[in-house]
Design a protein around this ligand. Sequence first.
Ligand code: GLY
Length: 254
Amino acid sequence: MFSKAIVRIPSRSMTKGITEHPELGVPDYGLALKQHEAYIRALERCGLSITVLPALEEFPDSCFVEDVAVCTPDFALVTNPGASTRKHETQGIADILSAFVPVVERIQEPGTLEGGDVMMVGRHFYIGLSRRTNQAGANAFIDILKRYGRTGETVTMPPTLHLKTGLSYLEGNVLLVDQGFAAYKQFAAFDRIAVPATESYAANCVRVNEYVLVPSGNPAVLASIKARGLATIELDMSEYRKLDGGLSCLSLRF
Ligand code: GLY
């Protein structure tokens, strides 16, 4: 169960955020703020108390706070983002996390790692070797996990931004799987929900206690999750999708 979340208010500069989908257009800042507010209300409905961090104008992608840290019950990790414009988003995060967890670990150069590449399944962690997370970063994280009685393994990535762009663990052995990961033997033992190509964006959903947050406009994925007996909350993510950001990217949950 999660009891807390950290989010960061989007900056006006988010219109200059990194995107692999410029054809979707530039985010509407006012609408993005409204969607962010709805996201916070949804996390509250899931029973979380929320720490809201202020916007950081110098960092256009800083609302995607998941990438700068990984939170576990025993420790938090401040990452080292692989995207050059995101490196310094980690400033101040250790102080914020140390209010909640006893120990804050760090990924150091030459290691890079972004939280979007980390998928927690109980005490085991999958780490995507993406353009943002390198082998040195993954190895350093696995060494840290071992010290806390946890385990980790790396995942070779299809051409997708982050591991959780294409996979979401919904607890109870249920895994949402986008087509890029469909043939991976690594995930064969899960009860997999195949995400159709037309709803690929919905491969990033988030299980928060009794609910699964689902991006609106993805009826097949929504129906598959409901068919597993899970309660859902749909959220409009149109403005974050323009920056390749998904539901998990907008918070740290612990
Ligand atoms: N625009 C989010 C990211 O590229 O990290």
